[in-house]
Design a protein. Structure first.
Length: 486
């Protein structure tokens, strides 16, 4: 296994303007869905080859709202039930094998069910079980390791999920600064807490998805249009007289894991604005944390946030994956024990920071460092992206493929690129474009590939050149069946 090589998953930063030019062209023209006979073949696949999945998820609908619990599992025409995962593959209950570009939604950079980590987890389970409620040495070991990889994280606190960690970070930012407003980039997902279900997925949508959330809960949340630093500045100026900006929270590669990519200097400029207005900079590294490299996006971009949110990779795919970390003076807000600041920002969680999560995270991160997994996964992402771009070109399609290392985007309907600057188009096209993306996701599945919602692929260290080339043959078959493909 390679122990040298590039440290980060991104080998060359993308040409952001060129990507937007292609994305704008894609969203500006009529959709190019699968030809109907190809779609029929996809539906036939599900009906004839996935009967076990259908029976299980149909039965589940009686006991579980909608039949599946996970947003990413909600696939067209019906969800698959997975029985086994290993390295780059997953198998459904009917025995069909899939190349796994979901990778559990991002955490498993080492590949699924990686044995050396699993063995450490087994050992821990034998010795003390998954949880005791008291301190365990692996909490310290993991915190020390995170600090070694991301020095901005002087202290950290493990929580149950990325969502919880975002909630905690915002609470600490408000407690520390005494200010109220929190600004996010429109379209970004920072978990499902009351205050963050605001401007979800599509910029400008504000409270559109806030069913069940009282207005006041997100009354101090604001969104700026992605990449629009002037807009961000205007909001911060506006806030000066209205409670002040406690924090700006961004995904460093852009909203939705870089679906709306940012220019390379973007994070540094947000840092400057935060300094000018006395706001804390929160990096949401739930996806980028350790996937872009052991130093995270902050290491890659060379920007030091005040607080960082980690999730997913921080426990190597084991539950419960969430951490907030950063400046010691800000983190003192959380101190439950020795040396607290007195003004405590309340956080908790019966299972938070349990030994199982911490041992899994500790060994997963060590293995990722030892094997250079983020960079290897990044090279796989490069190979997949290059291949997809060639297929798109060969068939004269308007689709767009680009990547930030092991985060690979394949936009065919570009639904995520709609926004409230053109509300009529948004209302008219959102549903059909979303459905087209679902159809594409189903078509990839019928060809033995699982993607994230039909438009993203996470690669892992397990994706050898052979796996990627096999995947490309399968993608080529699907994309050659699109209307008007040459
Ligand atoms: C950027 C980002 N932040 C926060 C979250 C929420 O994390 P969790 O699902 O662990 O609550 C996610 C989840 O996908 C995410 O992608």
């Amino acid at each position: 296994m390679a122990t040298h090589g590039p440290q980060y998953a991104i080998s060359e930063y993308h040409d952001t303007d060129a990507i937007y030019a292609r994305l704008r062209a894609l969203i500006g023209q009529p959709m190019r869905p699968l030809r109907r006979e190809r779609l029929q073949a996809v539906l036939d696949y599900f009906e004839t080859r996935c009967a076990g999945s259908q029976a299980l998820t149909d039965e589940a609908k009686k006991y579980i709202p909608g039949g599946v619990q996970h947003n990413l599992a909600f696939n067209y025409p019906f969800p698959l039930a997975i029985a086994r995962a290993d390295g780059p593959y997953m198998w459904d209950v009917d025995g069909n094998r899939y190349i796994d570009f979901l990778q559990a939604g991002g955490p498993t950079v080492l590949g699924s069910n990686y044995a050396p980590v699993r063995e450490r987890v087994f050992e821990l389970l034998q010795s003390c079980g998954p949880v005791t409620g008291l301190f365990h040495e692996y909490e310290l070991k993991l915190a020390q390791l995170i600090n070694r990889f991301m020095p901005s994280i002087e202290q950290c606190r493990m929580l149950g999920s990325g969502t919880e960690a975002v909630m905690a970070a915002i609470r600490a930012a408000r407690a520390f600064t005494g200010k109220k407003k929190v600004i996010k980039a429109g379209g970004a997902y920072h978990g499902w807490s009351d205050q963050m279900v605001y401007g979800l997925h599509i910029p400008g949508t504000r409270r559109m998805e806030a069913t069940g959330i009282p207005g006041g809960a997100s009354g101090h949340t604001q969104e700026f249009f992605p990449n629009d630093l002037d807009h961000l500045r205007r909001l911060m100026m506006f806030n000066r007289l209205r409670g002040g900006t406690a924090a700006v929270i961004v995904e460093p590669v852009g909203p939705e894991s870089g679906t709306r990519p940012v220019p390379r200097q973007f994070s540094a400029e947000v840092r400057r604005l935060c300094d000018e207005f006395g706001a804390l900079l929160i990096f949401d590294e739930v996806v980028t944390g350790f996937r872009l490299g052991m130093g995270g996006a902050q290491g890659y971009f060379g920007v030091r946030p005040d607080l960082t949110i980690l999730g997913k990779c921080v426990t190597g795919g084991y539950p419960m994956a969430g951490a907030v970390g950063g400046r010691r003076d800000v983190m003192a807000c959380f101190a439950a024990g020795i040396g607290g600041s007195g003004e405590r920002a309340y956080v908790g969680g019966t299972l938070s920071a349990n030994p199982l999560s911490c041992v899994a995270g500790y060994y997963a991160l060590l293995e990722m460092e030892r094997t250079n997994a983020p960079a290897i996964a990044g090279r796989a992402g490069d190979r997949l992206t290059r291949g997809l771009q060639q297929i798109i070109e060969r068939h004269a399609l308007p689709f767009v493929a680009y990547n930030q290392g092991s985060i690979v985007h394949l936009e065919t309907s570009a639904v995520m690129l709609l926004d409230f600057k053109n509300p009529l188009k948004l209302l008219r096209e959102m549903k059909p474009r979303k459905h087209m993306m679902e159809e594409m996701g189903a078509a990839y599945m019928a060809q033995g590939i699982i993607t994230l919602a039909g438009s993203r692929a996470y690669t892992s260290m397990a994706d050898t050149d052979d796996v990627i080339d096999d995947a490309l043959d399968r993608f080529e078959y699907v994309l050659s069946g699109v209307e008007g493909a040459e």
